[in-house]
Design a protein around this ligand. Sequence first.
Ligand code: ATP
Length: 537
Amino acid sequence: MGSPERSIFAPASWQHSSTFAPDMSQPNEDRLKTLIGHAKEYGFVFPSSEIYDGLSATYDYGPCGVELKNNIRQYWWAAMVRLNEEIVGIDAAIFMHPTTWMASGHVDAFNDPLIDNKDSKKRYRADVLLEEHIAKYDQKIAKEVEKGRKKFGDAFDEAQYRATNPNVKRSQDRIDAVEARMKAALDSNDLVALRQLILDEGITCPVSGTANWTDVRQFNLMFATELGSVSGESSTIYLRPETAQGIFVNFLNVQKSARQKLPFGIAQSGKAFRNEIVARQFIFRMREFEQMEMQYFVKPGTEMQWYAHWKEKRMAWHRALGLPTDHYRFHDHIKLAHYANAACDIEFQFPMGFKELEGIHSRTDFDLGNHEKHSGKKLRFFDPETNESFVPYVVETSIGLDRMFLAILSAAHQVEKLEDGSEREVLRIPAPLAPVKLAVLPLVKKDGLPEKARTIIDGLKLEHNCQYDEKDSIGRRYRRQDAIGTPYAITVDHQSVQDDTVTIRDRDTMRQERVPIGELGRILSDKVDMRKLLKQL
Ligand code: ATP
């Protein structure tokens, strides 16, 4: 027996590699389009209410998508809650008392500065236009540095090159100047200055190509709705724009019931809603999305130490996945949010460039302090050692589950040329997160092979998500499993019925070997067990 692939081995460059090299050959927009098409065809992500032509910036997760999403959430939850005894979880309601959003500052300050191009009638976030403009200078610098690296080889000193090369310095000076003006304008809420900066930098609309801009206006991102059905008794409530406030208002409930001392953390994952102005770029920016947040309550004065600690811990969580290391970078916030005294993002190289994937913020006592004021209830920690009671400071880590999904999908997706000239589309999803862990494929639909295949699945399905497939040639069935990122596929053939062995095929190397059925559980666990990731943390 065998498949047309038996003799095909992976190219040496990635044959034994546990890292991933996404297909960067396509232009950015095409790569995103390819991903969107792939995600739909293989049941990862569908446009919401598609039969009615969809609803902008809203997506549904399909059979493979929901598995991947659940696995990412599980990896995050285990890393944050299970591995840290001082972190506990909650699941708060989406609706909260309206005063919550007065206290948190969202009613007054959860705004985006928006600007319209009068010719194309397209709307943009003014700060995003400027950030994308700055990114162009960043790209120029990266190209110069690459040139230097090629020229000087092993003797290349990047720090010195950046400090002395005139082209790099010129671009860096431009970045510093634009960032300084942008920060000043945002800090003082000077929308006229923000518009002037866009004009001075000659930023044009990507659609019309003109700089015919309107004034900049502020736009609140919260969705409002009415609570109560009796006329006159209703009041405005909001769909939560972040999960964090459900944690802050429960601070004392959790601290007391879980008997926690400082420092301790509360973790939560769930839906958040934002009326995004510019909702593009697939699941990167949606109006309904999921966050995974952890608020860490610390003694005032120690927050910078914990901020550094969580920056490092969160980056380690990302790195354990084995996606390309140069796809991550830290980016300090240019403008600190109203609640923060330090903040940075972990940025990821998405198909549309480096963008925020996760935020790490030192939020001071802003939230608890304001909830105290607005509720009239004390939200303090009593320290028995010093006999003091105080409002704790907070360091938070906040990652978008959907953005993490897109990060994995985009880094995992590859189109590979095989030695026989054909192509295969493969998702090299980190094995513990793969939607399906094992495909079980009877060579033919008779002679007891389907029954044998079902028995194998029955023996493994309590631990692993397995998929049965008997349609089409074995080669096509392998392709379908490659396309959804299944780490292993086994073929059940006539020999299997006689001696209880099967051929197992590895997604990444496409190598096949014959193994006893009794060994499958161990082989699978070695590769797909979530513990493999968690042990690295
Ligand atoms: P951005 O600057 O991209 O609008 P943000 O700084 O407003 O993001 P935060 O308020 O820090 O985002 O939210 C924490 C995380 O939630 C982000 O790092 C991101 O992963 C995710 N997130 C925020 N807004 C969206 C959205 N509209 N769609 C999907 N994920 C989002």
